[in-house]
Design a protein around this ligand. Structure first.
Ligand SMILES: [Zn+2]
Length: 253
């Protein structure tokens, strides 16, 4: 066990900042995203006749996805504490997503993405210094999330790496919260940047990462799809992708 902990310590003791993404700090006075930032739906429910997003089209919808392969990789190895397992996976999801986003920063600009969109009429909001929910450009929003997350992952009180230290009782809550934010970034990338993902020929890797993320989130009850549901109960953006993968048997129902 101690060698496992040590290896996590080494893992997490890696670069303090990702080489591809250098988030700024929250200098502008925006609050950390606790307890929960909001979402807004504009212009009513999306038209059912609207054009199907590319990521739902063949062959992209099933690029590199193998039926039934995700259940086994999300299960914790024998004798490993569940909190440790969730922590290591959160760390990996954060870094992998950060790398993908790093390749998209030329496209995810203030001009191209003036809001944190994740569906035809869905924007995610962020609390300002008065705790009012405001719309921010996607790169600013994502920068805030990544900075907040990096700080959290480096915090020994939240993610203990030293042998003998316990996870705090609030860890499950924190993990859920982190998951929500990573999910929003996935949702924005699929909605706004899937064409660039195709251009970079990384759709197979990106689909695999997201399917792994969904399967892991379901296994450990970290995922809240309701973020993508309109008040009328219609799913937007990647909600459709998750449904599709369940239909195809790639993810468990
Ligand atoms: Zn963007």
């Amino acid at each position: 066990m101690s060698s496992f902990l040590n290896s996590i310590g080494r893992l997490r003791g890696g670069p303090k900042r990702s080489p591809v993404h250098s988030p700024s700090t929250n200098q502008q006075g925006y609050f950390d995203p606790l307890p929960s930032p909001g979402a807004e739906f504009t212009g009513g429910p999306p038209s059912p006749n609207g054009q199907k997003p590319l990521y739902l089209c063949q062959p992209f919808v099933k690029a590199a996805l193998v039926k039934g392969s995700f259940k086994t990789i999300v299960a914790p190895p024998k004798y490993v504490d569940v909190n440790e397992w969730v922590a290591v996976n959160l760390f990996d999801f954060y870094h992998n997503l950060n790398h993908f986003y790093g390749a998209l920063t030329d496209f995810c600009t203030l001009q191209n993405c003036p809001s944190m969109s994740a569906g035809p009429t869905l924007n995610f909001l962020w609390p300002d210094q008065n705790q009012r929910m405001v719309s921010l450009p996607a790169p600013t929003y994502i920068d805030f999330v990544m900075s907040w997350l990096q700080k959290l992952l480096d915090d020994e009180n939240v993610f203990p790496t030293k042998s003998g230290r316990e996870f705090p009782n609030s860890f499950a809550y924190t993990a859920k919260h982190i998951y929500k934010h990573l999910f929003r970034i996935f949702a924005h990338i699929y909605h706004a940047h899937f064409e660039q993902i195709l251009h970079l020929s990384v759709e197979a890797h990106f689909n695999s990462l997201f399917a792994h993320f969904l399967a892991f989130g379901k296994e450990f009850d970290l995922l809240a799809m309701k973020d993508l549901m309109t008040p009328e109960g219609m799913g937007q953006g990647v909600a459709g992708l998750s449904d599709k993968w369940r239909e195809m048997g790639i993810l468990e129902v």
